[in-house]
Design a protein around this ligand. Sequence first.
Ligand SMILES: *Cc1c(COP(=O)(O)O)cnc(C)c1O
Length: 391
Amino acid sequence: MNTAPEQSEIASAGLTEVTFYRGRVALHAILKALGVGAGDEVIVQAFTCVAVPEAVIASGAKPVYADIETDGYNLAPEQLASRMTARTKAIVVQHTFGVPAQIQQIMAIADAAGVPVIEDCCHALASRVDGRLLGAFGVAAFYSFEWGKQLVAGLGGSAVTGDPALLSRLFELQKTHRTPPLVKRVQLELQHAAFTVLSRPEWYWRVRAVFHLLSKGGVAAGNFHKAEDFSQPSADFAWSMPPKAVRRVRRKSKNLEAICRHSDEVVQQYQTKITTPALTHPSMAASSETCFARYPLRAANKDELLRKAREQRVELAGWYQTVVHPLDGDALGQVGYEPSSCPNAEQRSREIISLPTNRRVREEHIDRAAEFLNACAQPGADQTTGAKHAA
Ligand SMILES: *Cc1c(COP(=O)(O)O)cnc(C)c1O
């Protein structure tokens, strides 16, 4: 059986992992295993990527968007109640950038309504709340091992749960999935090799440009479903994670502690060296331990910063560029998002920038990024107070 990468963290949290082709395929499997389908609603946060609603739509259910925290990146618990209906069959809680959502408050609301919570841990491999691993709060969680994540397999994902009945249904579903065709597997291996060699902060913008070009031409497997028509699920939903990628994640997951230690050190340096009051640092609850997948900042002149960062070859990402990245305009309607329905998420997508925390990031990259941001970040019209540094 194609079982999990042995992440001792996950095992010691009492969870078992089942691999799938991608994170979104794992989410789709969890929804099916929970019996979610046509006529049902699934609450997701706005300020997410299209992979999440795509999985919900592929299950037959309808995504319903809830807004995020006024000053944060995650689902606002007080927004949840207003989005719940008799049709709500699941809530997806995303721990964006690895920053823990207010999971205990959300669990209390969901439990009172008898609605299962699925944690989106694609950015949160090792963050904790009150000492408990994220992914262990909801009935199930899912991970992604795609290019931008903390553990990179090529493409890959997994579902985890501590519920034996759900676990056996996930294994049943896994059996119905097929290994991707050989051409696809070869393409993914080449892509993984290229990323391994090329993923350096100073090459970020060039690699990104080439990757977008290749995925447009269909030569590289992009992060997003090309079709604008989400009523036809992509072929991805029938595929499994290739064994080679499973072995790779299993091997790399042994480095998880070192990955987080490095991320912590990088983040500490960002926090001391990025001193401009024009940027807002994330604020964190004292009860949480955060292993950042990337370090998020809020800027008033986001577009200008991205343009200049590209010129100066400083790695700086702008996702999520829209509330359901990368969709815009009419395409947002196709995944069920109503314009202006989640103002905090819309605001956040206009101001978010993020810096890398992975093991390729060295002191020289941190210094260049800090110097660049301290020089180029402009305060917004309403920004008179200093930057909020994390505790
Ligand atoms: C990457 C990601 C996904 C989807 O993962 P895939 O493996 O690309 O399907 C879902 N949610 C979040 C928050 C992600 O970052």
